[in-house]
Design a protein around this ligand. Structure first.
Ligand SMILES: [Zn+2]
Ligand SMILES: [Zn+2]
Length: 246
């Protein structure tokens, strides 16, 4: 990452200075439920909830992320996913564990499933590696409850509306036994709009899960990005602070 020669053999080809340069989420205003960052307090109500959470339109109950998908953190996630440096899952799993709320009891960890054809091509599902690492650290069991029943096109470049349509109904629950009345922790590497997490959470709840908390290593900082209002493909810059979040 910084091109400094590494002095010792390591399974992770990233120097310790780069590894320790990741920074946790920082913003002046956050939604209390989905952690969406805002540039001003105005989108939040007296309970510190954003508009989407106020309407209960998220599909999941809470959402936590370690940091923004940028800089070192983004690069580490890319090294894991695309360069297949699997030992990085332990580094990123440590960050997940750091951001896990200590006052909530979770009954099981569910990794965001990947369609089997994608998993076959990549050789692993990064969400599964992260979930297993977090499980080792916390003792919370991994529940392989959901699978991706439909191969969806990549979400990159799609508007919020089309992202939600693209993934709706794409998840099937394999075993409902372990989910009835449970508080599930759904793990993924990156949260962009939250459309995929919402669709997966809906499938988990349909199978009996009482609560679904989403947790990702990183989330997109959409405060400055032009946002696309639902049902409209034209980017609308002026509204970006208000419509931000997952
Ligand atoms: Zn370095
Ligand atoms: Zn919210």
């Amino acid at each position: 990452m910084c091109e400094t020669p590494l002095l010792e053999a390591n399974r992770i080809p990233v120097c310790s200075a780069c590894l320790s340069s990741v920074t946790p989420l920082a913003a002046d205003y956050f939604c209390a439920a989905c952690q969406a960052p805002f540039a001003s307090p105005f989108p939040l109500d007296e309970n510190q909830l954003c508009g989407i959470c106020r309407r209960g339109a998220r599909g999941y109950d809470r959402c936590y992320s370690y940091g923004f998908y940028e800089g070192t953190l983004a690069r580490l996630i890319q090294l894991l996913k695309y360069e297949r440096i699997e030992p990085l899952a332990a580094v990123l799993g440590g960050l997940l564990s750091d951001s896990l709320p200590r006052d909530i009891v979770f009954d099981g960890i569910v990794p965001m499933p990947m369609h089997w054809t994608r998993r076959y091509v990549r050789g692993f599902n990064q969400a599964e590696l992260l979930a297993r690492d977090l499980s080792r650290r916390t003792g919370i069991p991994v529940i392989e409850a959901v699978r991706r029943s439909r191969l969806t096109r990549a979400q990159v470049g799609l508007s919020d509306h089309h992202r939600r349509r693209n993934v709706s109904g794409a998840f099937a629950v394999r075993r409902s036994d372990g989910l009835e009345g449970r508080h599930v922790l759904l793990i993924d590497d990156v949260l962009t709009t939250g459309a995929t997490a919402a669709a997966c959470a809906a499938a988990l709840k349909k199978a009996g899960a009482a609560r679904v908390t989403v947790m990702t290593v990183a989330r997109a900082d959409r405060r400055l990005a032009p946002s696309v209002p639902l049902g409209n493909d034209r980017p609308l810059r002026a509204q970006s602070n208000i419509a931000g979040g997952c």
